[in-house]
Design a protein around this ligand. Structure first.
Ligand SMILES: [Fe+2]
Length: 384
């Protein structure tokens, strides 16, 4: 995505037409907006988009200010240009500065002589060491709400005109749609995380001996994932997989889940069906599709002797990670039929089963991980 925007920027840069030909760049802008509209999720892509805005209207600096939904203040989300880093913690109250005026009036403005305009927020110039000569400022809004303000500062060689205002407004509208999509998606993800959290707590309430198990497994998993250099998105999925790995136990009768003595062979079979039950429970949740394999195969053995006879690196990565995290947490916590063991004993057991039950690389990653180092030093291990 970022590479595509970069190519587009190079095309814009190649067009060295005079400023009055700004409207000729409309086609390029529409193409760029379409690219941008697929996602503005990462700061890098937003920065690229704002860079494109500065090229489109040929100015020295551009800032995207977003409105804090709780306070109504404007804050700098992206600022590009000289001294930009120094303005990033500035917040504007409603109506404050030219940006605040635009947010309040919800209409674009061209300020030809900024230094003599009483609305100019001079503190930003003082902080950045940048002198604002002229400014074009447009609202970033959807048909229903104001999201922020886009401001272009110091048109090169001349002043901003109506063509610039039209270009930047059209561009800001595209930014608004893209940002609104990101917000809606984030809200959706937040709702999902809340549901997953509640689900994980519900699982644990059925078995007093598993209190905190899902959360700890999830934390160990994420720590292993970080040690392995997984991406941010992979870590989010791994966190969810760790929390939900035993969600299928919700389908197992209380009599078995809460039994205080060893399970019969028949009962063990029912318990070991929790991987399939877990996949059944989450299969219709689109955002959890990627963690289905982790839930299904988290009891596989590296040597192929597990329930589905999956072997070695054919076992999904997340499932191999959960297997180690799950085993460590189970060993270091008390069960009705056995005591908890300490860190050293649990780690020795993991190492002894390397290549048999567990992926040696994952065991090593766990041993080196921050969570393991913290657990090693933890005076309360074994906890119960
Ligand atoms: Fe399990």
């Amino acid at each position: 995505m970022a590479a595509a925007v970069e190519n587009m920027l190079q095309n814009i840069d190649a067009d060295t037409a005079p400023a009055s030909a700004g409207v000729d760049k409309l086609e390029t802008m529409i193409q760029l907006s379409a690219l941008m509209n697929s996602t503005l999720e990462t700061e890098e892509v937003r920065e690229r988009a704002i860079e494109a805005a500065s090229t489109l209207v040929n100015c020295e600096a551009v800032s995207l200010l977003l409105m804090d939904r709780a306070t109504g203040q404007l804050y700098f989300d992206i600022a590009l240009g000289a001294g930009a880093d120094r303005v990033k913690n500035i917040k504007l109250e409603k109506g404050q500065g030219i940006a605040g005026w635009v947010a309040e009036q919800k209409k674009p403005i061209i300020v030809g002589d900024a230094q003599n305009d009483p609305r100019l927020f001079k503190k930003a110039d003082q902080k950045s060491g940048f002198r604002t000569r002229n400014m074009l400022c447009v609202p970033v809004s959807t048909p229903t709400s104001l999201i922020g303000v886009l401001q272009a500062i110091n048109k090169r060689d001349t002043t901003f005109d109506d063509n610039d205002a039209r270009l930047l407004t059209a561009f800001a509208n595209q930014i608004a749609v893209a940002l609104e999509n990101v917000r809606l998606y984030d809200d959706l993800k937040d709702s999902l995380y809340s549901v997953v959290q509640v689900l994980a707590e519900t699982i644990e309430q059925r078995d007093p001996f598993s209190t905190g198990h899902a959360k700890r497994v999830s934390q160990y998993c994420v720590s292993i994932g970080k040690q392995l250099g997984l991406s941010k998105q992979q870590l989010v999925n791994l966190k969810l997989a760790g929390l939900l790995h035993d969600v299928g136990t919700l389908g197992i009768p209380d009599g078995i889940m809460q039994k205080k003595t060893r399970l019969t062979e028949e009962e063990q079979k029912k318990v070991m069906n929790h991987m399939n039950l877990g996949v059944d429970i989450i299969k219709n949740v689109k955002l959890l599709k990627q963690i289905q394999p982790a839930i299904k195969f988290h009891h596989e053995h590296f040597d192929g002797s597990g329930p589905f006879a999956m072997k070695g690196y054919k076992i999904p990565l997340f499932a191999r990670i959960i297997a180690v995290a799950d085993a460590f947490d189970a060993m270091t916590n008390k069960r009705p039929y056995r005591l908890a063991c300490g860190y050293d004993a649990a780690m020795a057991e993991l190492k002894a089963k390397c290549g048999i039950h567990y992926d040696p690389k994952i065991v090593k990653a766990f041993f080196d991980s921050k969570a393991s180092i913290a657990a090693r030093k933890h005076p309360l291990l074994p906890r119960r």
